[in-house]
Ligand binder design. Structure first.
Ligand code: AR6
Length: 169
């Protein structure tokens, strides 16, 4: 039985087994959630990301996939890095966005994580419209076959929170 919860706040302040990072395929950091995760999590996360690049992901982590590292100084056991698609008005990339949620939960299950915090993947720097991003997020995790007990969406502002709340109702 999986419970979906909504919180307004900073994902790097959550106390959960796994925090999902809206990363990019380089795995070497960036702005938004990614910047905050590395800033607050400290250098251990980046060191593991570099090791993953050197070993398994020389070409970068493909869009829609997910991989875990330690959570460094964060109040979590793992960070699950996933690469959302950049929004496109020309091409339907919603399958890739759904894949981020599905793959992150698959990795969480492999790790044995019971609580997982997600940001609204792709809805910041990658430009995905918030309402559609919320729809894909909620529908995908609802349909997922997972042993995770709590899936917590952590939304940065009121607009994002309302978009997710509307989809959960
Ligand atoms: N906690 C929760 N949500 C946040 C936080 C936070 N600390 N910071 C931002 N958000 P984004 P993307 C919200 O840009 O669109 C990076 O450079 C934000 O308001 O973090 O997937 C990566 O390296 C938005 O609603 O991720 C990639 O290059 C949502 O989180 C690229 O950005 C996602 O915004 C990924 O872009």
């Amino acid at each position: 039985m999986t419970t979906l919860t909504l919180v307004r706040g900073d994902i790097t302040r959550q106390s959960v087994d796994a925090i999902v990072n809206a990363a990019n395929s380089s795995l070497l950091g960036g702005g938004g959630v990614d910047g905050a995760v590395h800033r607050r999590g400290g250098p251990a996360i980046l060191a593991e990301c570099r090791a993953l690049r050197a070993s398994r992901y020389g070409e970068g982590l493909p869009t829609g996939r997910a991989v875990a590292t330690t959570a460094g100084e964060l109040d979590a056991r793992w960070v699950i890095h996933t690469v959302g698609p950049v929004w496109s008005a020309q091409e339907d990339r919603s399958g890739l966005l759904a894949s981020c949620y599905r793959e992150s939960l698959r990795v969480a299950d492999e790790l044995g994580a019971r609580t997982v915090a997600f940001p609204a993947i792709s809805t910041g720097i990658y430009g995905w419209p918030m309402d559609d991003g919320a729809r894909i997020a909620v529908e995908t995790v609802r349909d997922a076959d997972t042993a995770v007990e709590e899936i917590r969406f952590v939304l940065f502002d009121e607009r994002a929170y309302e978009a997710f709340a509307a989809r959960m109702r």
